[in-house]
Design a protein around this ligand. Structure first.
Ligand SMILES: [Zn+2]
Length: 73
């Protein structure tokens, strides 16, 4: 299984970590509140964990254009 980091803004998978090598605590995911986990973490049918983490590109874009943090839905 793996933890995949997917940007919620552009949908890019920018990292994937084999969970045999690390634990959620190692990644700092274990310190999230239940509410934060619900917002950030999801699980795929194959058991992989998907973490919504903004990629560097979008972080830069949001820094320059803060209105992008409130996309139309
Ligand atoms: Zn992105």
């Amino acid at each position: 299984m793996a933890i995949k980091y997917v940007c919620p803004h552009c949908g890019t998978q920018h990292a994937a970590i084999d969970t045999n090598m690390v634990t959620e605590d190692t990644l700092g995911l274990g310190s999230l509140t239940p509410e934060e986990r619900a917002n950030i973490i999801s699980y795929e049918e194959n058991g992989d964990t998907v973490a919504s983490v903004t990629c560097e590109y979008c972080s830069e874009a949001i820094y320059r254009h803060p209105e992008l943090t409130h996309p139309l839905q």
